[in-house]
Design a protein. Structure first.
Lengths: 197, 348, 629
């Protein structure tokens, strides 16, 4: 993702690069987005009139593994940022690819998990749990997917020679987004899966 | 210069005008007026708080607008070339003062209002209160008295009869969307929520009378005509009314009313409406068992006059009176309508 | 003004299409601001027309001018138009036209994102109003309480246009908020610390933060309504155990910061205009700024004061009553600071000043009725009556006074013409009189029990006279607005030339020529004072009370600045327009997913959604990989 400077000056009043500031602000905004979804989930926790209920469908060990996968992807993302800062484009590409793959494993794992839930009778329409659970995790999964697309785009740009160490900031900003998505999952995993029903 | 002064005097009057009108309204302007004389303890408490605020607000208004006008008038003259007014940047002490003083004023408002908030939530006579269930529909009111008869529930619509002086505790639920139960002369409003949350409101009427009620939360096409009446009657009259409700009205045996009774079934009215003691047990629309004795028709929309003109208009074409309401145009002939009205008038 | 030229035949002059193209692809904040301004003005007239329709219907009891269905659409759209399209539109107009100039910047931080915000705003406004074509404009009230917005209660397209229109507008606002926070934080001229910024820019900063952090909550609430309607979810389905109050909580957690999004820029305008036309600095700059900060934070803690009657319980009601009272205090502080600015000043009653003074007068009354509303026992009677209608018109429609103050004030900077003072005063008095005579009596109607959102009312309840009076008075406001339009046209055609500094201003925008050159400042100014321009003219404490003729535009004439310095301006781009169009098309497709019986396309709507998504993705890639230029 190439960035365009709005004005010729690179001077900024705070010393923070504009795209980093923009990403932090956007992530702050996204906090309220996910916060509202989580609040909705919590408001309806335990209120479903019919099942299936969480303890009837959740497989905590399975979801723990997929959470771990996503966490590891944050590690590989950090390594990608580190690599490009050091100027090692080959390592950058490897770490970007690994991050995208781990992210895809996470999303794939979620698709599989949700399919089993549906087979157990948990759908969007059946009760409050289905509604709030799928919409919350669905939006998170969408965020992850968008992140994967961004990572693959960066990878493609690098293969085309358009991503160089001079664009290290771009990868760092993408990293901020990826880490945010990971942190949100930690919160969702804790609040939805781990906290006792 | 003089023109400008006149202009500002005009400005001043336009601002002060509304505040003069507000003060000293002691006569009831209409049956929905809740700052004039009211009939319920809740409404009385709320009215007093409001008047306190009106006077306080008027004082603040006069002070602030007065200072504004003073500035406009006093500092309008140009100083002449080469002169600037004093370039005052601020004055921390003054600014702290005008932060602290409003805080104190606001505390003087909030603190006395708290008891009224809590008293609104808790009926004074929980044990001895008359329990009523309110079920709000688009766009009419169903009222039930679950405890007055021996194991029987009385169901009426659009007119709530209560004994004077006694606390009424109403549980509110909705069959569809959010409505709001509001009888301004008796109490503030409480919203009626569909689903598990069943709000409660308590109120009383200190004097006999017919009090206007209104739905006070936008609920669709005919929100504006979703009204009701609360009739407060002396205790003995209330007992008599309850007894009348517990025995179903007699079936008319002959004449126009008899024909109306039969038409009520033949034209399908019984599919939607209930009349106790008859085969008509429809649950879609309002219970009509005592429609003849109610003050209004169509949920507070038309007057139920003794000649039956209100009922006639409604039954003939409810869509013309309340477009979009759930009772369809039935295409009845005038003769049929007259018969039905004659029957309904016997239902007291 | 840079235009894109295309050779047409033998003549090299840019033709109409070239000119149009230059506007469609502009990323210049000044042009974007003008587009916002024109769109906003059009919606002011549209929303005003809706208001006149309402007043016409209510001029008599049991009137039949509008049937209930139409009336419910008109009052809903009037509210949505005025809040989201007019006031927010005007705020975006001013942010674009004024903020970069006030901070000494050449443009905003992200010019293409800025253009995108505008196009999303335009398309969102169209989406919101598109329902009229089906005869199914949103009819659920501007805050659309569930389950009235559910498929069972409202199977038509109205709520779908409501959801999608607001969603699109929300995207526009978040993008703008992000952009302006980044701009104000990062693109200030050297030496302009935060506490040397003009107050209007401060308010723009706070408003932008509020937009970023409030709109997402609305987005979720709207998504939940949409999912209930399209996919059968249960967010607001009481039969599944849901509580419709969830909508109200989410909406008002957005909704209360939203009203500060509406009003803070207006307060910023007043804080600019009063000092200039009193020839004195704003009294208590720090307190005014800090009260704005306090208001912004506290605005997240008062939302349930819109819900006192829903049954939250006395404890919750008491708490929110107290926090609501608290938020009234910094507002009062601002008013006192404004009054103290006027105190001992040399007041010049030009049209911007008249509107600014009227704003103070009108907002004070709105604030007082607001405190009455915050008092819970009174609220139980007042809420959902014309008393609250009076309150919010005094504060929100009161913002229109600040809007006009801003228009008259900054008009010369962008047109190099003055608006006529005589017509301006006529506009002012008609509007001020009409405003008070229309909304003043609504306080009475509310106290006398007239509920709100009534398409008609019975005669004989004591409401008849004042309703007729209000309807007649509304025409005065309409007349005043017409006078303004005449004034605008006249000024553009033959108005007096304004020059760079027609008002003897205090802030940096008055140092550059009118209209501003494409690059704004030939050389970015170095700032060492608050009210930097005034300090340069008169000294930081007004020591040099010299004639104004001595001051002249400073930009472009600074010594030591070599001529021929290349100022790089961002290139135009069509991707913002494309991406905005793609998103809007996809959202329209989502509306069209509704069944054919109600006017939708059913599953065919997915084709539109998909097509819109494709355009969005294509446009996003184009945008990302577009050369920096």
């Amino acid at each position: 993702m190439a960035h365009v400077h709005g004005a010729a000056e690179h001077y900024t009043s705070t010393g923070i690069h504009p795209s980093k500031l923009l990403m932090w602000l956007f992530l702050g905004s996204d906090c309220f987005f996910f916060g509202s979804l989580i609040a909705t989930y919590q408001a309806y926790r335990g209120q479903s009139l019919v099942g299936p209920h969480p303890h009837e469908v959740f497989n905590i060990p399975y979801t723990s593994i997929s959470a771990f996968v996503l966490l590891m992807s944050s590690l590989t993302m950090a390594l990608a940022v580190n690599s490009i800062r050091l100027g090692n484009m080959r390592a950058t590409r490897i770490w970007l690819l690994l991050t995208a793959m781990l992210g895809s494993i996470f999303v794939g794992g979620q698709v599989f998990e949700f399919t089993t839930f549906v087979h157990k009778g948990l759908t969007l329409e059946v009760n409050l749990f289905g509604t709030t659970f799928f919409v919350l995790t669905g939006f998170h999964g969408t965020h992850v997917t968008v992140g994967i697309i961004i990572l693959l785009s960066l990878l493609m740009a690098s293969l085309l020679g358009r991503l160089t160490p001079r664009q290290a900031l771009t990868v760092e900003v993408a990293g901020l987004y990826w880490h945010f998505v990971d942190i949100v999952w930690v919160v969702i995993f804790t609040v939805v899966y781990l906290l006792p029903y | 210069m003089l023109r400008r002064s006149k202009g500002f005097a005009g400005l001043g009057l336009t601002l002060l005008g509304p505040s003069l009108l507000l003060a000293g309204c002691v006569q009831s302007v209409g049956p929905m007026d809740w700052v004039g004389p009211v009939a319920g303890d809740q409404a009385e408490a709320q009215r007093w708080v409001t008047w306190y605020l009106i006077y306080l607000g008027a004082a603040v208004f006069v002070f602030v607008e007065g200072w504004l006008l003073y500035n406009i008038i006093k500092f309008r003259r140009p100083l002449g070339p080469g002169r600037l007014p004093p370039q005052i940047h601020g004055h921390p002490t003054v600014e702290v003062l005008w932060t602290v003083i409003p805080t104190l004023i606001v505390a003087a408002i909030a603190v006395p209002s708290v008891p009224a908030i809590f008293s609104f939530a808790q009926p004074p006579d929980e044990a001895g209160g008359l329990r009523v269930e309110v079920l709000a529909h688009q766009w009419w009111w169903e009222f039930r008295y679950p405890e007055v008869g021996p194991g029987k529930t009385i169901t009426v619509a659009n007119e709530l009869v209560i004994p004077v002086g006694r606390t009424v505790i109403a549980t509110l639920s909705s069959a569809d969307v959010i409505h709001s139960f509001w009888v301004p002369k008796l109490a503030g409003k409480v919203d009626v929520i569909p689903g598990r949350q069943k709000n409660r409101i308590w109120f009383n009427a200190r004097e006999p009378g017919e009090y206007y009620g209104w739905c006070a939360e936008f609920c669709g096409t005919q929100h504006a005509q979703m009204r009701f009446r609360v009739k407060a009657v002396p205790a003995a009259e209330f007992e008599a009314w309850v007894r009348a409700r517990l025995s179903p009205p007699p079936e008319p045996e002959e004449g126009l009313a008899r024909r109306g009774f039969e038409l009520f079934g033949a034209r399908g009215c019984g599919g939607c409406h209930t009349i106790e003691g008859t085969p008509y047990q429809g649950k879609v629309g309002p219970n009509l068992t005592n429609i003849g004795g109610r003050s209004t028709v169509g949920a507070g929309v038309l007057e139920n006059d003794p000649e039956g003109r209100g009922l006639f208009r409604w039954v003939k074409n409810p869509q013309a009176v309340k477009p979009g309401n759930k009772m369809p145009y039935l295409g009845l002939s005038d003769e049929d309508v007259l018969a039905i009205v004659a029957y309904l008038k016997t239902l007291r | 003004m840079a235009t894109v030229g295309r050779a047409v035949g033998v003549t090299p002059r840019p033709g109409f299409w070239g000119y149009l193209w230059s506007w469609l692809t502009t990323v210049d904040h000044k042009r974007i601001g003008i587009m916002y301004g024109v769109t906003t003005l059009a919606y002011l007239l549209w929303g005003g027309l809706e208001a006149l329709l309402i007043r016409l219907q209510l001029s008599r009891p049991e009137n039949t001018f509008l049937d209930p269905n139409t009336y419910n659409q008109v009052f809903t759209m009037h509210g949505l138009t005025m809040i989201f399209l007019v006031v927010m539109g005007f705020n975006s107009t001013l942010f674009n036209l004024v903020v970069p100039l006030q901070i000494g910047a050449r443009d905003v931080a992200y010019p293409r994102l800025n253009a995108f915000s505008y196009w999303m705003f335009l398309f969102g406004s169209v989406l919101l109003n598109l329902g009229w074509l089906w005869g199914q404009a949103p009819d659920v009230g501007w805050f659309g309480y569930a389950p009235l917005t559910g498929v069972k209660a409202d199977p038509g397209l109205g709520p779908d246009f409501y959801v999608m229109g607001l969603q699109a507008l929300g995207i526009s606002s978040v993008a703008a908020g992000l952009n302006f926070v980044a701009t104000i934080i990062n693109h200030r001229a050297p030496g302009m610390s935060l506490f040397k910024m003009p107050v209007f820019t401060w308010m723009a900063l706070l408003t932008s933060f509020l937009m970023i952090f409030a709109l997402p909550v609305l987005a979720i609430a709207l998504i939940e309504v949409m999912f209930d309607r399209l996919f059968g979810t249960n967010f607001f389905n009481p039969d599944a155990g849901a509580n419709p109050l969830l909508w109200q909580h989410l909406f008002w957690i957005f909704g209360h910061p939203e009203v500060y999004i509406l009003v803070l820029p207006a307060m910023g305008v007043i804080s600019e205009v009063l000092p200039v036309f009193s020839r004195k600095p704003l009294f208590g700059y720090s307190f005014v700024v800090l009260s704005g900060v306090f208001i912004a934070f506290l605005s997240y803690g008062v939302w349930a004061h819109h819900m006192f009657a829903v049954g939250l319980g006395p404890v919750a009601n008491t708490v929110f009553g107290i926090t609501t009272m608290l938020i009234g205090i910094p507002t009062g502080v601002k008013i006192f600071n404004w009054l103290a600015t006027l105190w001992r000043g040399e007041l010049r009653f030009k049209t911007p000043m008249l509107f600014a003074l009227a704003f103070i007068a009108v907002f004070t009354l709105g604030g007082i009725s607001g405190v009455m509303h915050a008092t819970v026992p009174s609220n139980y009677q007042q809420t959902d009556t014309y008393f609250v209608v009076a309150h919010f018109h005094y504060v929100v429609a009161g913002i229109v006074f600040a809007v006009f103050a801003g228009i008259y004030y900054w008009w010369p900077k962008y047109t190099n013409r003055l608006l006529d003072e005589g017509l301006g005063k006529l506009h002012f008095w008609l509007f001020f009189l009409g405003f008070n005579l229309t909304f003043g009596p609504m306080h009475l109607l509310g106290l006398w029990g007239m509920p709100r959102r009534q398409y008609t009312y019975p005669a004989g309840l004591g409401w008849d006279f004042w309703n007729a009076f209000e309807s007649a008075s509304a025409l005065l406001m309409a007349l005043g607005t017409l006078v303004f339009l005449v004034n605008a046209v006249k000024s553009l055609r033959s108005g007096v030339m304004a020059g760079a500094d027609p008002w003897d201003g205090r802030t940096l925008e008055w140092t550059i020529p009118s209209p501003p050159p494409a690059y704004n400042f030939a050389e970015i100014p170095a700032v060492s004072h608050r009210d930097e321009f005034w300090a340069r003219k008169y000294g930081p404490h007004g020591e040099r009370a010299q004639a104004r003729a001595a001051s002249r535009p400073l930009s472009g004439h600074n010594p030591g600045d070599g001529h021929g310095v290349h100022i790089h301006l961002p290139n135009p781009s069509y991707y913002p327009l494309i991406v905005a169009f793609g998103i809007a098309l996809g959202m329209f497709g989502a509306v069209m997913l509704r069944p054919v019986e109600v006017g939708g396309l059913g599953p065919l709507g997915w084709a539109l959604v998909g097509f819109g998504a494709l355009i969005t993705v294509f446009g996003s890639y184009g945008w990302s990989f577009e050369p920096a230029g």
